[in-house]
Design a protein around this ligand. Structure first.
Ligand SMILES: O=P(O)(O)O[C@H]1[C@H](O)[C@@H](OP(=O)(O)O)[C@H](OP(=O)(O)O)[C@@H](OP(=O)(O)O)[C@H]1O
Ligand SMILES: Nc1ncnc2c1ncn2[C@@H]1O[C@H](COP(=O)(O)OP(=O)(O)O)[C@@H](O)[C@H]1O
Ligand SMILES: [Mg+2]
Ligand SMILES: [Mg+2]
Length: 364
C-alpha cells in the first residue's frame, strides 16, 4: 500500500478488539485479503471467521466478539441463530447491520425510495431517482399489454431490472428495452421461464456519459470512484433502435481493467472510447457525495453499502441514484485496508452513530 495513503488510524497501544465476519466463502475471498487482516491486526483488530452454517453460540467459546460484520442469506441467519447468541452477549456485541433493514435494499423499489426527494443542498445540484414502474409480467398480449405500457407513463428506452436484488446472478441480469415489441419479447421470455419468473421493474434509461459514480460508505467513511457504464444513446438513434439488449454487471470493471475489457452491451462504440469518457468525467462535488452518504445512512439505518450514481448528460447538476448495494466489494477500492479498518475501529470504540438500535430486528 502506498505510504502516503496509509491509515489515519491511531492505535491505542494495549487495546485489542475481536471482530467476527460472517459471509459466504466467495465474499470472504474478495474482502478478507491478507493485506486487510494484517492491517487490521496492526491496528488492534483481530478478524475472526464465523462458520455461517452452525449456531454461533457453539463457536469460539473463549472469544468475546466486540462486533460482527455480515453479508448473509436468510437461511444463514437461521443456522447461526444469532438471536440466541445476542440474548447472551447483546449488551457487549454489536451486529452490523440489522437484517430487516438490509432486506429493504434487496428490492429495487424500496431501495430507491430511500433516495427519493433527498433534501441535499450543494451548489445547484439535485439528487433524485429515475422514473420507474413495476409492471405486471403476465400482461404480455393484446389490449392488456398496450394499456399497461400506456398507463406506466414510461418513455423508451428503458432498463428492465429484476425487482429482487438479492445477490443472485439472475438479479444482475438486466436488459435494455428499446420499444414496445422489445418489452413484449422480454415479458414473454420471463413468462416462459415458468417457476423462475420474477417481477420486473422498468426504469427509464438516462444518458449519462458512460460513467457511473460508485459511492462507497462504511459508517462515516466515504469514497467515490468512477466506473464504466452503458454508453449514451443519442435521441435520433433511440428512435430507430428496436428490440432488446441484455447485459450484466457492466460496472464491475475498474478503470484500469477497462482497457482490455469487453462488454456484451457495447452497442455504441469501443472500450477505448469508454476509457477516455471515464478519465475525462469530472467527479461530483465532494460535499455532495458526503451529504448523500450521510442522508442515506440516516434513511436506511445502515452503515455498509455503496450507491451507484449517474449524472444526467443533459443537465450536469442532476444526479440520479440507480442502485444501492449492501456490503459491496470494498476491496475494489484502492487502499481499502485503512478504509475498512478505520470504520471497524469506530464501531468497536462505540461511536454512538455506529451502534445499530440495540441490534433490533435481528432475527426478523
Ligand atoms: O453480492 P451481491 O449482493 O450481488 O452485490 C454485489 C457485490 O456487492 C459486488 O461486490 P463483489 O464483486 O465484491 O461481490 C458489488 O460490486 P461493487 O463493489 O463494484 O459495487 C455489486 O455492485 P454492482 O457493481 O452495482 O452490481 C453488488 O451488486
Ligand atoms: N436508469 C439508468 N439509466 C442509465 N444507465 C443505467 C440505469 N440503470 C442502470 N444503468 C446501468 O446499468 C448498470 C447496472 O444497473 P444496476 O441498477 O446498478 O444493477 P446491478 O444491481 O446489477 O448493479 C449500472 O451500473 C449502469 O451502468
Ligand atoms: Mg449496480
Ligand atoms: Mg446492485
Amino acid at each position: 500500500m502506498p505510504q502516503e495513503q496509509a491509515s489515519q488510524t491511531q492505535t491505542h497501544d494495549d487495546e485489542r478488539y475481536i471482530i467476527g465476519y460472517a459471509m459466504e466463502p466467495k465474499k470472504i475471498q474478495n474482502l478478507l485479503k491478507p493485506s486487510l487482516i494484517e492491517h487490521a491486526r496492526k491496528h488492534g483488530i483481530d478478524l475472526i471467521p464465523i462458520d455461517i452454517n452452525k449456531p454461533l453460540i457453539q463457536q469460539h467459546p473463549n472469544l468475546h466478539f466486540h462486533c460482527i460484520i455480515q453479508k448473509l442469506q436468510p437461511k444463514h441467519w437461521d443456522n447461526l441463530n444469532l438471536h440466541q447468541y445476542m440474548s447472551k452477549h447483546g449488551t457487549t456485541t454489536t451486529i452490523i447491520d440489522p437484517p430487516h433493514l438490509v432486506r429493504k435494499l434487496q428490492n429495487r423499489v424500496s431501495m430507491l425510495e430511500f433516495a427519493s426527494n433527498l433534501p441535499l443542498s450543494v451548489q445547484n445540484a439535485t439528487v433524485g431517482v429515475p422514473y420507474q414502474a413495476v409492471i405486471d409480467i403476465h400482461k404480455t398480449s393484446g389490449d392488456d399489454f398496450e394499456e399497461m405500457v400506456t398507463d406506466s407513463n414510461l418513455r423508451f428506452p428503458v432498463i428492465a431490472k429484476p425487482l429482487y436484488a438479492d445477490g443472485t446472478m439472475k438479479s444482475h441480469e438486466l436488459c435494455l428495452v428499446f420499444d414496445r415489441e422489445g418489452l413484449r419479447e422480454t415479458l414473454n421470455k420471463n413468462a416462459a421461464a415458468g417457476s423462475t419468473t420474477t417481477p420486473v421493474v422498468l426504469q427509464e434509461f438516462v444518458n449519462h456519459g458512460g460513467v457511473v459514480f460508485k459511492v462507497y460508505v462504511a459508517g462515516e467513511h466515504v469514497r467515490c470512484v468512477k466506473r464504466r457504464s452503458l454508453p449514451d444513446i443519442p435521441e435520433e438513434k433511440a428512435e430507430t433502435l428496436k428490440g432488446t439488449l441484455k447485459f450484466s454487471q457492466i460496472s464491475n470493471f475498474t478503470v484500469q481493467d477497462d482497457n482490455g475489457a469487453k462488454s456484451n452491451a457495447g452497442h455504441n462504440g469501443d472500450g477505448a472510447n469508454h476509457l477516455s469518457n471515464i478519465e475525462r468525467a469530472e467527479m461530483p462535488e465532494e460535499n455532495l457525495i458526503k451529504e448523500l452518504a450521510r442522508a442515506l445512512r440516516e434513511r436506511t439505518g445502515l452503515n455498509m453499502f455503496n450507491v451507484d450514481v449517474i449524472r444526467d448528460a443533459k443537465d450536469c447538476t442532476r444526479y440520479l441514484v440507480i442502485d444501492i448495494n449492501y456490503f459491496p466489494g470494498y476491496a475494489k477500492l484502492p487502499c481499502y485496508e485503512p478504509f475498512i479498518t478505520d470504520f471497524l475501529l469506530d464501531c468497536v470504540r462505540n461511536k454512538p452513530a455506529f451502534v445499530c438500535e440495540e441490534n433490533q430486528g435481528m432475527n426478523e
